[in-house]
Design a protein around this ligand. Structure first.
Ligand SMILES: CC(C)(COP(=O)(O)OP(=O)(O)OC[C@H]1O[C@@H](n2cnc3c(N)ncnc32)[C@H](O)[C@@H]1OP(=O)(O)O)[C@@H](O)C(=O)NCCC(=O)NCCS
Length: 193
């Protein structure tokens, strides 16, 4: 493991590094899903990711944070989780996650990484409540959030177009007590399987 911040069973989270930009852009170039964020599927250049990484490292009290999820066995970068709009006074932030298309989705790596992020948010940063947005028909993202303990908080109606149709955006949120229940249940399920 290299510079681990939070360590799970199969993955660990570390800070971004400048050389990650190329890998991150390659994930976007392979994207097959329309619903991964509010703009749908688009190309993102390594230069744009490098700028993002540099900007995140630029301030001593950042208002956003990306943590890279890497395999413990090989150090391979497989995705990332993070926070936008961190408000240290109100104790709030918006969470996000992105895993490489294909082999690193639908196998629990996102959920394992997210539990590490939530532990970091609630137990290290002392945040109070976190939000997450799910665009259009991203059923997998909504299922993953529910499984992690997020609750449905509301709906932004017809919030964005995709393929000629306006679709809703779901808002979810989670408090520490809700996360603890979900994390313990997730651990029980993993141990049983
Ligand atoms: C969303 C994402 C982070 C989830 O991580 P993941 O590791 O793929 O998810 P998991 O394997 O832990 O699955 C979580 C739940 O989704 C369910 N799921 C998996 N694939 C699914 C699909 N295609 N449709 C509906 N549910 C699905 C799983 O069954 C699981 O629920 P369960 O535990 O109740 O069985 C990941 O898929 C991803 O990066 N997707 C692309 C980017 C994205 O959509 N980010 C979120 C933007 S809002």
């Amino acid at each position: 493991m290299r510079n681990p911040l939070m360590v799970g069973e199969r993955v660990y989270l570390r800070a971004e590094e400048p050389d990650d930009a190329l890998t991150m852009a390659s994930f976007y170039a392979r994207e097959i899903d329309d619903w991964t964020d509010d703009y749908g599927r688009y190309l993102q250049s390594p230069i744009a990711f490098r700028k993002w990484i540099d900007e995140n490292a630029d301030t001593s009290i950042p208002d956003s944070l990306t943590l890279q999820s890497c395999l413990r066995d090989t150090d391979e970068l497989i995705g990332w989780v993070g926070l936008f709009s961190i408000n240290y006074v109100n104790g709030t932030a918006e969470t996000f996650s992105y895993f490489a298309p294909g082999e690193w989705r639908g196998k629990g790596y996102g959920t394992e990484s997210k539990h590490l992020l939530l532990e970091y948010c609630f137990d290290h940063l002392q945040l109070h409540i976190l939000q997450s947005y799910v665009f259009g028909s991203n059923e997998r993202s909504a299922a993953a959030l529910r499984r992690q303990g997020y609750q449905a908080a509301g709906l932004l109606r017809l919030d964005g177009p995709r393929r000629g149709k306006y679709l809703d955006t779901w808002v979810f949120d989670i408090k520490r007590d809700e996360w603890i229940v979900a994390r313990d249940e997730w651990k029980r399920r993993r141990a049983a399987s």
